[in-house]
Ligand binder design. Structure first.
Ligand code: SF4
Length: 60
């Protein structure tokens, strides 16, 4: 399952990109490439367990 806060945007906060990038609606920032695996629950990562931003927003 993908994190419900994950979006894809090509523009935010005055930054514009030709191709949409992963954007965290909870943190209101573009997602660092290293974190994208957590957002997408790839490998053994789980956003509900491994992302402090998600956990903070969910009150976990
Ligand atoms: S950074 Fe965390 S809260 Fe934001 S989209 Fe990724 S997993 Fe979700």
């Amino acid at each position: 399952m993908t994190c419900p806060y994950l979006e894809y945007r090509s523009e935010a906060d005055g930054e514009t990109f030709d191709v949409a990038r992963a954007y965290c609606a909870a943190d209101e920032t573009f997602v660092e490439p290293m974190r994208a695996d957590v957002c997408n629950d790839r490998y053994d990562l789980r956003h509900a367990d491994d992302c402090e931003i998600y956990r903070r927003h969910e009150g976990l």
